[in-house]
Design a protein around this ligand. Structure first.
Ligand SMILES: N[C@@H](CCC(=O)N[C@@H](CS)C(=O)NCC(=O)O)C(=O)O
Ligand SMILES: [Fe+2]
Length: 305
């Protein structure tokens, strides 16, 4: 393998000492998002991956239904949360990382290319000079190949752009949280038509993940329930994706994938919550600063998307 970050991740997955994380999944049906709480059974240190702040766009009201389920689990299991890990700046739900950080502690982290995303969306929302586009709203920015520990569990971060420029996957012990690269085999892959997205780049990223050992457990960020399946699922393996992913199984060429992805993306509607989501998530999940009356406002740029 001529890819040191991936080689390190592969060794971590096969090495017994890397540890086997305990994984609890919380499915948020309104946004089809899976939030994970991952912990080290030896030390009870934990990370929350891709949390959801419940948001009703008609009323402009946020609530903590989804996040409070995560808090209840953390408290019942006696966990200490060290990290709130984002796989990317989500376009379909608001992150609850700041709320969970306030309640549970821990640091908020995302891929280092978030600065590119902040630049793009800072312009779209005409954000003021208070909005730093240097990633400093986050506590930690990851580069490809970065490693850290959750208790005694080894973690390797892989930069997997394509859906967005800043997407990362987290390899935690023997499990990979793939973010929006691939979905379950019968649904395929993520769209690549957001600003800075690119189908060819996405194909290379997801095929890179599929070079990991065949038994590697893969955890999806969403499940959109294809018509012929009656229940949500979010866990699969490298071997299964290589055999059966409808967009990216072994044998599909890069050019075939790009043609499929670009034509399918032309048919997809804009995500329901994209405008509230990106202007909050570009700020690490913080609402825009309150105005003189103490109220935070979200903007709707007209005729821009
Ligand atoms: N219907 C959902 C769709 C959200 C969406 O576009 N999700 C992205 C990931 S953030 C995606 O890749 N979707 C693939 C697809 O819909 O086929 C919504 O409005 O929130
Ligand atoms: Fe996404």
């Amino acid at each position: 393998m001529t890819d040191p970050a991936l080689a390190h991740a592969a060794t971590q997955i096969t090495a017994a000492q890397a540890g086997v994380p305990v994984i609890a999944a919380f499915f948020d049906e309104p946004t089809f998002t899976v939030t994970y709480v991952v912990h080290d059974p030896a030390t009870l240190r934990a990370a929350v991956i891709d949390s959801v702040l419940t948001f009703d766009s008609a009323s402009g009201r946020t609530s903590h239904e989804a996040a409070d389920r995560v808090i209840a689990h953390v408290q019942e299991a006696g966990l200490h949360v060290d990290w709130h890990l984002e796989t990317h700046a989500h376009a379909d739900h608001l992150s609850a990382a700041p709320y969970l950080q306030q309640k549970l502690g821990g640091k908020i982290a995302i891929g280092a290319h978030i600065c590119t995303v902040q630049e793009t969306f800072g312009k779209l929302f005409n954000a003021g000079s208070d909005f730093q586009r240097d990633g400093s709203d986050f506590d930690q920015l990851w580069k490809d190949g970065d490693t850290f520990l959750i208790g005694e569990l080894s973690v390797t971060v892989l930069h997997v752009p394509g859906h967005t420029p800043a997407c990362v996957a987290y390899v935690i012990g023997d499990a990979v949280f793939v973010g929006d690269t691939m979905f379950m085999p019968d649904y395929g892959t993520a769209r690549a038509d957001f600003p800075g997205g690119d189908a060819r780049t996405l194909f290379r990223s997801l095929r890179r993940l599929l070079e990991l050992p065949p038994q590697t457990r893969l955890f999806m960020c969403h499940d959109y329930l294809p018509e012929d399946r009656g229940h949500y699922v979010w866990e699969t393996t490298v071997a299964e994706q290589r055999r059966a992913n409808i967009h990216a199984h072994d044998g599909i060429t890069e050019d075939e994938f790009v043609a499929m992805r670009e034509s399918r993306d032309r048919t997809l509607p804009v995500p329901r919550l994209i405008l509230p989501s990106v202007q909050v998530n570009m700020r690490a999940g913080h609402l825009p600063p309150p105005e003189g009356n103490g109220v935070s406002y979200l903007k709707l740029p007209v005729n821009q998307l």
